[in-house]
Design a protein around this ligand. Structure first.
Ligand code: NAD
Length: 495
């Protein structure tokens, strides 16, 4: 069985631990690979390698670092089919969706290609008589990224292209559920000319994460995952004097106003694409006024017609969930919703696929009359389960959303400019869509939620990413008047 190892100092290494994790193909339910689970010692050795590499990498001209990014971009494009298949075979999502997520990661690489421009500092002439002031941004040192299972290429690529373009060296600890993509990306970076030790991958679980949090040579930690772990990462990074950005879970609402393009809203709510395993998936439809019955009727037809199948099958619209445990958790939430009294309009729990009986599949599920006190409303399910909550007014919808503990993404569908504008201004959520269902910011803007969807002060990529991965230094300088005003034409020794 294929064993996925670590990548440190420019090569694949086994490390010191014999502990291994299982990697499944969710479409068949078969375990196809194993992954090495690092010890603390493995993580600490990788940090030593990265620390050494920092000495040379951090002083390379930014243009040299940009050229590696340009080459890396080409190589990702050339290898996109292989990378996409790795995502599909370990995560389960459908091929086109996986390819789209790779493109969103690639866009961050394209952004990082502009690093000489992005690192330009500020300059003020004559802040005092003959005194100038200027600033520069310098890299932090060794930085680490800890990433979730749901975007095995894109989420790491929110982090490392910017971090290494800024002159840092990087340790990536990917999800142990789908680790292969990270190793492939490391190999492509090497092929692009990145010096050994600048980008390293350590596979593992809590032990590797805790080693990251306590290693004094790691200066910053970027995390994306569930809220309880995000909070743990935030607290422990801060305790150990590290800079930290920790993105957590989500419950995203889409407000359906009575005047909206209902077909557009219904299509927007078909967030079943990644089987709901998206932190920006719309998992709650908020029906305003009397639009609820029509909305539920149209949604149920679409949810029932959803084609579920293996991610590599071009006809599949939705693939399986990532693991058997996750499938059981999502099924458990649907059972819970029924117990809590919500109306299960579409029930995907009993779906079985011929030829794929052991795959981790569940069909699309739709609940109507969900109430704000129910756990299926309050908690993140991270599966293809859409809840419809009915409210009377726009204000009720906004209050509902503002009261929720999460604040990652939100959308409103309306033809009323006033409602759209007020919504954008008043809503307590980090990423807002107006007639756009999944408002993921482009690479040159920044990605991040509010409330318990992000712990820390910086979002990912865009200028927030540049600031996160650099330290600001401000220089104030005065030069004594010299040769220009007091020119001397005799040899100093003749004086
Ligand atoms: P997770 O929190 O279980 O795991 C994330 C990472 O933390 C993994 O690398 C894992 O190995 C590590 N980890 C897990 N348990 C740990 C522990 N006890 N101590 C230390 N480290 C631990 O998340 P997941 O299930 O892989 O991913 C799904 C979650 O990620 C969802 O909650 C989703 O909303 C969230 N997510 C958020 C965003 C965002 O931008 N806010 C983006 C993608 C995913």
């Amino acid at each position: 069985m294929k064993l996925i190892e670590h990548f440190v100092g420019g090569k694949i290494i086994p490390g010191t631990s014999n502990k291994k994790g299982k990697v499944f193909n969710p479409a068949t339910g078969d375990q196809e690979k194993e992954v090495r689970i690092a010890s603390k010692k493995d993580l600490d050795s990788a940090v030593e390698v990265a620390k050494k590499a920092f000495q040379e990498w951090s002083v390379k001209p930014s243009l040299v670092r940009a050229r590696v990014m340009f080459k890396f971009k080409e190589l990702i494009e050339k290898n996109s089919d292989e990378l996409t298949q790795l995502i599909v075979n370990e995560h389960g999502k459908v091929y086109e969706d996986a390819k789209g997520s790779l493109t969103r990661g690639l866009e961050v690489v394209e952004f990082a290609c502009g690093i000489p421009h992005l690192l330009k500092g500020e300059f003020s002439e004559n802040v005092g008589t003959n005194v100038d002031s200027w600033s520069m941004r310098q890299p932090l040192g060794v930085v680490a990224g800890i990433t979730p299972f749901n975007f095995p290429a894109m989420v790491p690529m929110w982090m490392f292209p910017i971090a290494i373009a800024c002159g840092n060296t990087f340790i990536l600890k990917p999800s142990e559920k789908d680790p292969s993509c990270s190793i492939k990306l490391a190999e492509l970076l090497k092929e692009a000319g990145l010096p050994d030790g600048v980008f390293n991958v350590i596979n593992g679980d809590k032990e590797a994460v805790d080693a990251i949090l306590t290693n004094p040579d790691i200066k910053a930690v970027s995390f994306v995952g569930s809220t309880p772990i995000a909070k743990y990462i935030y607290e422990n990074s801060a305790k150990n004097e590290k800079r930290v950005q920790a993105l957590g879970g989500a419950k995203n609402h889409l407000v359906v106003m009575p005047d909206c393009d209902l077909d557009g809203a219904v299509n927007g709510l078909m967030g079943y694409g990644s089987a709901g395993e998206r932190c920006m998936a719309q998992s709650v439809a908020v029906a305003v006024g009397d639009i609820g019955d029509e909305l539920v009727s149209r949604l149920s037809k679409k949810a029932e017609a959803l084609k579920v199948g293996p991610g590599m099958d071009k006809n599949s619209e939705m693939g399986p969930l990532v693991t058997k445990e996750h499938l059981e958790k999502v099924r458990g939430y649907v059972d819970l919703g029924v117990k809590e009294g919500a109306k299960l309009v579409v029930d995907g729990r009993s779906l079985k696929l011929q030829g794929y009986e052991n795959g981790f599949y569940i069909g699309g599920c739709l609940f109507d009359h969900v109430k704000k006190e129910m756990r299926i409303y309050k908690e993140e399910i991270f599966g293809p389960v859409l809840s419809v909550v009915r409210v009377k007014t726009f204000e009720d919808a906004a209050n509902l959303i503002n009261d929720h503990e999460y604040g990652n993404g939100v959308s409103i569908y309306t033809r009323d400019g006033d409602a759209g504008r007020t919504f954008a201004s008043k809503i307590q959520v980090g990423m807002v869509g107006i007639n756009v269902p999944i408002p993921v910011p482009m690479a040159f803007h920044s990605f991040g939620g509010w409330k318990r969807s992000l712990f820390g002060d910086s979002a990912m990529h865009g200028m927030e990413g540049i600031k996160f991965y650099t330290k600001l230094k401000t220089i104030t300088s005065r030069w004594p008047s010299g040769i220009r005003s007091n020119a001397e034409f005799v040899m100093p020794t003749m004086k």
